[in-house]
Design a protein around this ligand. Structure first.
Ligand SMILES: [Zn+2]
Length: 401
């Protein structure tokens, strides 16, 4: 049995990437990296809101990470929007205008698709083509499906596009469990990390940011653990093991950078790859790592070939989810006008601390080797700004795919 066959089976069983991570409790994965083809990109819900437009029109805005492919239907008392190949997102809370026609909104995962159900105060007229817009991303917004509607009655053919669903076929999504985030303050104890010209130590800056980040994430409904909350030395593998032990949904490792050029400044974001994306990434990983190669573990109940295939697929899932988080995180930093190091939004390097089954990223928050940035990184206001951007990136990350 090869990877392709195992993948087909997994796909047929509709096992999501997230559930794939849970197949075994603890498994540190092999260094072999398959081409990243296994999972097709999936759209995800970003926000839901209603407003009121002139002419007594109610406007429903559904924001998604990719261009939505949708259909509408009008069961009694409801407007139902089906969006294909899209994941529900329980962290999205609908913002409803009190004077609009929508009483409440719920979201349901209906197979591969997302179903948005708007419960109405009054019946509405079928939405004409002119009442539907898809807006391109701009500023703080991703793609938006905009629907304008007025009170009235729908025609008899209104339900033609309505596909499936009975009361039992769908289950309302409820946030049963808090998402677990492990925040890793890099270095510590005998390992100061890099040191700025003014004597600022990386281990102190990242610990300060990590503590603030934990408070803010917890205040936003996440359950956050720190790998260290004091000036303590921890091995890289131990940090990854904490994320495994806590069954974390996301792992964020915080660092600050140093560069031989004192001019170099800005943040950079990394995900795990056994092949560095560039020479600088390779050097950085060597500096941050005491890398040791780790073999396939876990999946012991399976035969070796299946074990390796499952492990590879799991690694794929982790890599893709990490990439999605990191991409969103870079966006969040840029939107907060935090200076970015020139180069790609997401870089890749073999960071030992990221070798686990928990999706995550390593954030280099800025350069201590740059005099101005060293000063900035020490200020509480800049640390707060970094924390706010990271919190936003976590809130925007879709944990359910
Ligand atoms: Zn570091």
């Amino acid at each position: 049995m090869n990877d392709g066959v195992v993948f087909d089976i997994i796909k047929a069983m509709k096992i999501t990437r997230r559930n794939l991570l849970k197949i075994t409790g603890f498994s540190v994965l092999a260094a072999s990296v398959l081409p990243r083809v296994a999972f097709a990109a999936r759209n995800s819900l970003r926000s839901l809101r209603t407003g009121v437009q002139p002419g007594n029109k109610t406007r429903l805005v559904i924001e998604t990470s990719m261009r939505p492919s949708y259909s509408l239907s009008y069961p009694a008392g409801q407007l139902v929007v089906n969006i294909a190949n899209t994941a529900a997102n329980t962290s999205v809370v609908a913002k409803l205008a009190s004077d609009g026609l929508v009483k409440s909104i719920s979201q349901t995962q209906n197979g591969d698709g997302l179903q948005i159900i708007a419960n109405l105060k009054k019946s509405i007229a079928q939405i004409p083509k002119s009442g539907v817009m898809i807006l391109e991303p701009n500023g703080d917004n991703d793609y938006r499906l905009v629907l304008d509607f007025i009170a009235g009655t729908t025609g008899t053919t209104a339900n033609d596009t309505y596909t499936t669903t009975s009361a039992t076929a769908t289950t309302a999504i409820t946030a049963a469990r808090k998402y677990v985030i492990v925040v890793d303050a890099g270095h510590g104890g005998k390992d100061p990390g890099c040191i700025g010209k003014g004597g600022t130590r990386e281990k102190d800056i990242v610990l300060s940011v990590a503590k603030k980040l934990k408070n803010k994430l917890d205040a936003n409904g996440f359950k956050t653990y720190l790998t260290r909350d004091g000036d303590k030395y921890l091995k890289l593998a131990d940090r990854a093991a904490i994320a495994e032990k806590r069954k974390a949904d996301l792992f964020i490792s915080l660092h600050a950078n140093a560069n031989p050029s004192r001019q170099m400044k800005g943040f950079s974001i990394y995900t795990l790859s056994e092949k560095a994306s560039d020479e600088e990434a390779k050097k950085l990983a060597e500096a941050e790592n005491a890398a040791d190669k780790i073999g396939v573990e876990g999946f012991t109940e399976f035969e070796e070939n299946i074990r390796i295939a499952l492990s590879s697929l799991q690694q794929h899932a982790v890599a893709e989810m990490s990439e999605e988080y990191a991409t969103g995180c870079a966006k969040s930093f840029k939107r907060a006008s935090i200076e970015q190091q020139p180069g790609p939004d997401v870089r890749h390097a073999p960071f030992a601390v990221l070798r686990s089954t928990v999706p995550g990223a390593l954030l280099e928050l800025g350069h201590l080797s740059n005099v101005a940035e060293e000063k900035l990184l020490k200020t509480s206001s800049h640390q707060d700004k970094l924390v706010a951007a990271i919190v936003k990136s976590v809130k925007n990350y879709n944990f359910e795919v």
